[in-house]
Design a protein around this ligand. Structure first.
Ligand code: HEM
Ligand code: HEM
Length: 175
C-alpha cells in the first residue's frame, strides 16, 4: 500500500487543476454571455443560445469539482490539518468550496424574482475569487513544503555513483 502524503500526485493534481479550471471558466462564460453578449431577437434582446450550454457545463463541473474536493479529504486535508501545515489558507479554501456548494444549491432550488438581485452575486462573486485563493494556497503551501527526503530530483540522479576524487591542480602538481 502506498504511503499517505499531503503532496498530491501528478495525475491527481492535473485532474484537480483541469476540473477547477473548467468549473471557473463555465461560470465566467455564462456571466459574459448573460451580461454582455445578448442577441437582438424579434421582441428585443434575448439570451444567446450558448448561455444555456455554459450553465449545463457548469452544473456538470460543479458535481465533478465537489468529487475532486472530496478526494482531498482522506490524505491532503486530514494530514495537513493534523500537522497544522498551510491551514491558514487551507481552511479558507475549504470554507469557500462549502459556500459555493451551498449557494449553488440555493440557486438551483430557490432562485426567484424576489432574490434575483442578491442571491446570484453571493455565489458568483465568491466563485470569481476562487483562482486567487487557490493560487495563494498553492504558493504558500509550496514555499513552506518540507524538502523531499531521500528522493532524487531527477531520475538520472538515482544511478549517479559517488564522484571520484579529483585533487585540485596544485596538489596534483606537487605529488
Ligand atoms: C478544497 C480545498 C483544497 C484544495 C482544492 C487544495 C489544493 C491544493 C493544491 C493544488 C496544492 C498544491 C499541491 C502541489 O503542488 O503538490 C496544495 C498544497 C497544500 N495544501 Fe491544499 N488544498 C485544499 C485544502 C487544504 C487544507 C484544508 C489544508 C490544511 C489543513 C491544506 C494544506 C496544504 C499543504 C500543507 C500544501 C503543501 C503541500 C506540499 O507541497 O507539501 N490544503 N493544496
Ligand atoms: C464547488 C464550486 C461550485 C459549485 C458546487 C457550483 C454550483 C452551481 C449551481 C448548482 C448553480 C445553479 C445552476 C442552475 O441554476 O442551473 C450555479 C450557478 C452559477 N455559478 Fe456556480 N458553482 C461553483 C463554483 C462556481 C465558480 C468558481 C464560478 C465562477 C464564476 C461560478 C459561477 C456561477 C454562475 C455565474 C452561475 C449562474 C448564476 C445565475 O443563475 O444567476 N460557480 N453554480
Amino acid at each position: 500500500m502506498s504511503k499517505a502524503i499531503i503532496r498530491l500526485g501528478p495525475r491527481h493534481k492535473k485532474s484537480l487543476y483541469a476540473g477547477f479550471a473548467l468549473l471557473w471558466l463555465s461560470g465566467a462564460l455564462w456571466l459574459a454571455f448573460h451580461y454582455f453578449l445578448r442577441m437582438d431577437g424579434e421582441f428585443g434582446p434575448e439570451a444567446h443560445p450558448l448561455e444555456a450550454w455554459w450553465l449545463r457545463l457548469h452544473g456538470l463541473m460543479a458535481m465533478l469539482a465537489l468529487a475532486l474536493a472530496g478526494s482531498l479529504a482522506p490524505n491532503h486535508i486530514r494530514l495537513a490539518w493534523n500537522r497544522r501545515r498551510n491551514h491558514r489558507s487551507g481552511l479558507p479554501m475549504l470554507a469557500l468550496t462549502i459556500w459555493l456548494a451551498a449557494t449553488g444549491y440555493a440557486l438551483y432550488y430557490f432562485s426567484s424574482d424576489d432574490n434575483a438581485a442578491w442571491l446570484p452575486p453571493l455565489h458568483w462573486i465568491a466563485g470569481l475569487a476562487l483562482p486567487l485563493l487557490l493560487g495563494l494556497h498553492i504558493r504558500r503551501g509550496r514555499r513552506r513544503a518540507l524538502p523531499r527526503v531521500n528522493q532524487p530530483q531527477h531520475p538520472q540522479q538515482r544511478h549517479v555513483a559517488a564522484p571520484s576524487y579529483n585533487p585540485p591542480a596544485r596538489i596534483k602538481a606537487s605529488s
